[in-house]
Design a protein around this ligand. Sequence first.
Ligand SMILES: NC(=O)c1ccc[n+]([C@@H]2O[C@H](COP(=O)([O-])OP(=O)(O)OC[C@H]3O[C@@H](n4cnc5c(N)ncnc54)[C@H](O)[C@@H]3O)[C@@H](O)[C@H]2O)c1
Ligand SMILES: [Fe+2]
Length: 371
Amino acid sequence: MWKYYNPVEVVFGTGKLEELGQLMAERGMDRALIVSDPFTHRSGVAEQLKQYAGGRVLDIISEVEPNPTCDNVDACTARARAIGAQSIIALGGGSAMDCAKSTAAAAAMNCTGLELLRGKPITDALPIIAIPTTAGTGSEVGWGAVLSDHATNSKIAIFGSPMFPKLALVDPVLTYTVPPAVTASTGLDVIAHSLDAMCSVRANPVSDGLAVRAAKLAFENLEAAFRDGSDPVARERMAMASTIAGYAFSNTGTTGSHACSYLLTAKYRIPHGEACALTLDAWFRKDAAVRPVLHVLSRMMGFADANAAADRVAELKRITGMRTTLTTMGVPDTREAFDELVTNAAASGNMTNDICGATQEDIASILEALR
Ligand SMILES: NC(=O)c1ccc[n+]([C@@H]2O[C@H](COP(=O)([O-])OP(=O)(O)OC[C@H]3O[C@@H](n4cnc5c(N)ncnc54)[C@H](O)[C@@H]3O)[C@@H](O)[C@H]2O)c1
Ligand SMILES: [Fe+2]
């Protein structure tokens, strides 16, 4: 038995941003709050979007931090309430989009970010239009949001179908300004979403098809986008890959690479994609032994087999200057720090979602090789 469900409508194309006002009108969306990050304020993108919306945007909040916190959500929710927002525009990388989606839920349910983080069921949300500015998270087509709580070093994904955006408006032009290091990290996140989706206990023919298409696009275009951020073809294909990977993992969830990333980001402040990339190739090799169809899917991606796909992940990390050891990521070389990483990964729902059924010893052996 398998099933696939994703209700998010997508409009994709260079220059499509200009149609925001019309797209909002067609969907009856008005009185919007744009939730975004400081970059969109500095660059004028948020203001530009407000103009495209033709009076349908009431206000802009642009203080969302990378890896958004519950406090970020509360500040945005307070603003949404103060202006009587009836819809949310989620503009930015995954951080701003996740904060915006959580804000849409918190505003409709009259609750706090911390309540959401602690598992309050998400039963309602203001309607959302999601507009990504990185080619990375695929959050624009997903029902999840990742929130962080600095007090406890926790980083947790929350889910609720009301957080599925009504529309994902993907305009690759927005990604032209992403600096090389962020292009690399977010692009590796796209590959991680695709490969993780294939390694999930919930992988199915639809998600596999989406994941293969997304991975092939990303494998073929990440290096070019990294080397020349103004290459329109590479940027367009990475944006496509990101959204398609989002459709894939919206149903499967993510697996080993993501399980091992959360503490690296929450405690050691490693960017999300770079943290996922650390163990991505190792998990893909391990999973191929359990799910041999990964070799077939890898051939569809243009590789000889799953090991060759994993080799290319390792090569991309090297080319793009990602850190590839725990030491260079700032993890102290102590038993305590190492064990904490293993325990944290083992406790993650992403790990039990992985088809290889990894034990604590398996996780330790993968991380041991990366010390
Ligand atoms: N909801 C999901 O399904 C999902 C999936 C994967 C990751 N995530 C989460 O998303 C977050 C990471 O998102 P991200 O990787 O997109 O990074 P990000 O949103 O944190 O952005 C990284 C940096 O790039 C800047 N930036 C964004 N767009 C830019 C642009 N066009 N030009 C120049 N600079 C720009 C931002 O201001 C920020 O400083 C993490 O919290 C991660 O856990 C969520
Ligand atoms: Fe991710």
